[in-house]
Design a protein around this ligand. Structure first.
Ligand code: 6PG
Length: 467
């Protein structure tokens, strides 16, 4: 018997993905060097004729129907190269390898051209939605050879999340377009998470919100324009009691956030492209700052904070909703701006409405706002930045008084709101007709003869400033 689809890496994601493929009527064969993982998949799904698995690479490859379609869900980095090398001797020309992990886009480009020389198609397909998404329907972001995509399209469309009858998967573009889009997805994820944590903080510190009150507030937001997976799970998290103490679990969790690198890559690449994404940058920095726990404790005792002023609870709740909405919009705006520029620079041929559409369900950054973003890009094809889109201007403008009020309050009270204040500063910079960077140009020319341009005539100028 030959199987429709192969999957390498039977960790939680891989196992769930393969069970999802089988649920949709395709037969699938799993492979992992770890015998326990193979056994556990066979125990869960092996009783149907749809699922099989083996620790042996040759058996695995030979069990797949041609052209073989095999997906890797293994940790990004060396493991991907090792798996490819291990399976390569058994593969034939025309076979398709899909990398479903969070691989660095440049690694994907390297692997694609390496495998092309051997007649094998390789494409990176970001998969988002965590373990549950993999089982019930993730958002899938494939890029690479369009021809190869046609082979896996029916399987991906069946397993992907569904938004109003549309599958949350689409061919995005050539080369590493898929991994690149997934990387920026994760950068946006970092930004939205940072903003959510800041709003949670100010509600507690300035409004004395209790966990049940916060839970109710986030839950009500999730039924409005802030509807999103991250707001939804925040409400869930806030009601979880701790089984070791009397309190809530969230209060017992150490405030040091870890990261696996995709947010940092997004920021690093934005710098390379020359595209400002400060809300995402600061979200990465705050994870780094959070890790300096010992230093923070020492600094806290050296620079004691005065007691926080209090705000009217209800008014604060309303402002917080507006501020979070503004912050979410600006984070998506920065992420889409980066995608727009990267698409030109790397020749990805990305279509922004398509990206927004496949993020509407299944992935971690899914949100009601994405349907609005897809519509806005669709309606006005020349939109290069969401802040410049009329529909979004109408959403942003009314939130500004609340954002300014909250940021000013937080600054006066020593409550850090770096994501929100950066989003606001970015917005204020973006909407300023004349920035003081003329002075920077003058300084550069003063000390280094770096030249400057003038406002009133064309050309490149230099001045001997000391005379
Ligand atoms: C997803 C997520 C996922 C990512 C985690 C953890 O889309 O399902 O983005 O791919 O690995 O969110 O990322 P960090 O460990 O860097 O926070």
């Amino acid at each position: 018997k030959r199987y429709d689809f192969g999957l390498v890496g039977l960790g939680v994601m891989g196992r769930n993905f393969i069970l999802n493929v089988a649920d949709k009527g395709f037969s699938a064969f799993g492979h992992d060097l770890d015998g326990d993982k193979v056994a556990s998949l066979l125990e869960e799904g092996g009783n149907t004729d749809k699922i099989n698995a083996s620790t042996d690479g040759k058996t695995f490859v030979e069990s797949l129907s041609c052209p073989r379609k095999l997906m890797l869900l293994v940790p990004a980095g060396k493991a991907v190269d090792a798996v490819i090398e291990g399976l390569l001797p058994y593969l034939d020309q025309g076979d398709i390898i899909i990398d479903g992990g969070n691989s660095f886009y440049r690694d994907t480009d390297r692997r694609e051209s390496y495998l092309k020389s051997k007649g094998i198609h390789f494409f990176g397909a970001g998969v988002s939605g965590g373990a549950k998404g993999a089982r019930r329907g993730p958002s899938i972001m494939p890029g690479g050879s369009k021809e190869a995509y046609q082979e896996v399209k029916p399987i991906f469309e069946a397993v992907a999340a569904n938004f109003n009858g549309e599958a949350c998967v689409a061919y995005l573009g050539p080369k590493s377009a898929g991994n690149y889009v997934k990387m920026v997805h994760n950068g946006i994820e970092y930004g939205l998470m940072q903003l959510t944590s800041e709003i949670y903080d100010i509600l507690k510190k300035a409004g004395n919100y209790s966990n049940p009150e916060l839970q109710q507030l986030f839950d009500s937001w999730n039924r409005g324009r802030l509807q999103s997976f991250l707001v939804e799970i925040t409400a869930d998290i806030l009601k979880k009691k701790d089984d070791k103490t009397e309190g809530y679990l969230v209060d017992m969790i150490l405030d040091k956030a870890k990261q696996k690198g995709t947010g940092k890559w997004t920021s690093q690449n934005a710098m390379d492209l020359g595209i400002p994404i400060p809300t995402i940058d600061v979200a990465v920095s705050m994870r780094e700052l959070s890790a300096l726990k010992e230093e923070r404790l020492q600094a806290h005792s050296m620079y004691p904070k005065k007691e926080f002023e209090k705000m009217d609870k209800e008014a604060l709740g309303k402002w917080a909703e507006e501020a979070l909405y503004f912050g979410f919009i600006l984070t998506y705006a920065q992420g889409f701006h980066q995608l727009t520029e990267a698409s030109k620079e790397y020749g990805y041929e990305l279509n922004m409405p398509t990206v927004a559409k496949i993020w509407r369900a299944g992935c971690i950054i899914r949100a009601g706002l994405l349907a609005d973003i897809a519509k806005a890009f669709d309606k006005n094809k020349s939109t290069t930045h969401l802040v410049l889109n009329e529909d979004f201007a109408a959403k942003i403008k009314p939130t500004l008084p609340a954002v300014r009020h909250l940021v000013a309050f937080a600054v006066n009270n020593g409550i850090p709101l770096p994501g929100l204040s950066n989003a606001l500063t970015y917005f204020d910079g973006f909407t300023t007709n004349r920035l003081p960077l003329n002075l920077i140009q003058a300084q550069r020319d003063y000390f280094g003869s770096h030249t400057y341009e003038r406002t009133d005539m064309n050309g490149i100028f230099h001045t001997d400033w000391e005379i």
